[in-house]
Design a protein around this ligand. Structure first.
Ligand code: DGY
Length: 325
């Protein structure tokens, strides 16, 4: 009997490739870049499993190109705004999985790092040194905002939001949060977190950190009006997905001093960054590094491979988003 065809759209860590190779014929993209649409259509032809990345748009066209053997699509990411889950569910024959939980701590580290970088002006400070700009210590030189005793507003207290809150609490911050539903009382108690309306969160938090998924409801959740609601000494942190923030509105708000600063790991049109942001000293900008540790990327790859292999073996995958049957 022929081996299942497993298509991997871009290189993932070797332990994940090894696991897949034990269970099928792996086709791995030879390119160190996202596949073009045409290349993706060609690659998935006759696939039993597709292991894809966050830059691959998975929709009806890709499902059609794959054909009737397709049983599972395993996204190597927790976020899946790149995938048309309704189109997959309509087929009724294809599982879809993501990689929750394994990147929680790494992403929360980056959120906390951005909170510290933005409030303490670390990017700006590094630019002074690297550009050999003259500087001398003084009582009033490059003062930032302390975070001890300040309020962190978490938008979406899921796993990453909770892990960020835990870190911020250790730095002496008070935690408030908003979201579609109130968290378990045990979690609220552990974090000392208070559930508030989105309006109250924006109006009172010293730092607003975004942890909600990107979907039709959260696209441009932070727009010009929402930015105006924030305090003029507040900071916005985004480690979820770029389009949750209207980037041009953010540039305008930062320029006008409507908020004090921002720390961004994600952008609306990655890898392009709004040129307005590049000119701003009060914006800390890093290139989507949330899950970028060797350990985390390996765990993500292995979880995605485990999901694919489980379905190919006729079992339920560990972390399904769209189920079959
Ligand atoms: C995810 O898994 O959604 C992350 O953004 C990848 O870094």
């Amino acid at each position: 009997m022929s081996q299942p065809r497993i298509v991997v759209t871009r290189r993932i860590p070797q332990p994940a490739l090894d696991l897949l190779a034990e269970h099928g014929d792996v086709w791995l993209s030879p390119h160190d870049r996202p596949l073009t649409r045409e290349e993706l259509f060609d690659a998935v032809k006759g696939a039993d499993a597709i292991v894809c990345l966050l830059h691959d748009q998975i929709d009806d066209e890709v499902l059609d190109a794959a054909g009737p053997r397709l049983k599972v699509i395993a996204n190597v990411a927790v976020g899946y705004n790149n995938v048309d889950t309704e189109a997959i569910a309509r087929r009724g024959t294809v599982w879809f999985t993501n990689t929750p939980a394994v990147l929680t701590e790494a992403t929360a580290d980056i959120a906390m790092a951005l909170i510290l970088m933005a409030t303490r002006r670390l990017g700006e400070g590094e630019r002074v040194i690297r550009s050999e700009t003259p500087w001398v210590w003084s009582m009033f030189y490059m003062l930032g905002a302390g975070i001890q005793g300040k309020t962190l507003g978490i938008v979406g207290l899921g796993l990453i939001g909770q892990a960020t809150a835990r870190r911020a609490k250790a730095f002496g911050m008070e935690i408030i949060y908003s979201g579609r539903r109130q968290a378990d009382p045990a979690i609220e108690q552990e974090l000392g977190a208070r559930y508030v309306s989105f309006d109250e969160l924006l109006e009172t938090a010293d730092v607003v950190s975004l942890h909600c998924p990107l979907n039709a409801e959260t696209k441009h959740l932070i727009d010009a009006a929402r930015l105006q609601q924030m305090r003029s000494d507040a900071f916005l942190i985004n480690t979820t997905r770029g389009p949750v923030v209207d980037e041009q509105a953010l540039v305008d708000a930062l320029k006008a001093g409507e908020i004090a600063g921002a720390g961004l790991d994600v952008f609306e049109e990655e890898p392009t960054v709004n040129p307005g942001l590049l000119e701003l000293e009060n914006a800390v900008l890093i290139p989507h590094l949330g899950s970028a540790t060797i350990e985390t990327r390996t765990a993500m790859g292995v979880l995605a491979a485990t999901n694919a292999v489980a379905v190919l073996g006729g079992e339920e995958p560990p972390t399904p988003v769209v189920r079959v049957g």
